[in-house]
Design a protein around this ligand. Sequence first.
Ligand code: PBG
Ligand code: ZN
Length: 275
Amino acid sequence: MPGQFQLSIDETVKEAKNAWDLGVPSVILFGIPDHKDAVGSTGFDPDGIVQRAIKAIKDAVPEMCVITDVCMCEYTDHGHCGAIVDGDVDNDATLELLRKEALTHAQAGADMVAPSDMMDGRVGAIRNILDENGFSNIPVMAYAAKYASTFYGPFRDAAESPPQFGDRRSYQMDPPNALEALREVELDIMEGADIVMVKPALPYLDIIRMIKDRFGLPTAAYNVSGEYSMVKAMERLDWGDGRGLMMEMLMSIKRSGADMILTYFAPEAAKVIQG
Ligand code: PBG
Ligand code: ZN
């Protein structure tokens, strides 16, 4: 993925500081462990890579809002977002793993958790375990409408997390289906989501607008790896002005109703915005 790197904890802290200094208020962490297994145990190890990175960032830049991606795919050897039972991702077995992962993130000092797995019932399951352990103040940002998208390609490559068999269509959403997004978002809100997210952003601006208008909740959009990489590719080929493309893309996402945007462009865009 152009210009994006796997970072050590030291480098992560530097990046976070740099982003903060540019006016970026928040980061989201994805972990790449040394070791992967069938249930993704390194994902809920209190001493895991993300758990240690949270502490390090909060020590260095205490005011920065540290969000964590809660999912199993980076930690499982099969690359699926949950536990496999009889050759298939098992929804309920996965909920237990996600609960442990979210709790260890909160215990390490995360300000917000963001489940991206798309299992049914995960927002409620995570909300419960956080509340039971004194973290009722930690919000859940749910990847509520997450489509099974080809635009995730560069991320899977960078995060070494492609599914080793099958695909993610049994738990991610079908691109031509708009009504399913409303149902998914409604369920997540009923289970206690504080922020709902649409992913990807650019090919789903209609979904962002629909969700913002219908529910009025803080709505996030994830400007994913493929959207970012398209711009970088055009720039490299000298086919367009990268900065202009980036700003127009981000503004269109904002115009569609997004209150916040997760984007690999954040430091670059912050520089443009600060002038
Ligand atoms: C999976 C996950 C995905 C991304 C981040 N976490 C999607 C997937 O691989 O199905 C994609 C992010 C991006 O493309 O920028 N939980
Ligand atoms: Zn996943």
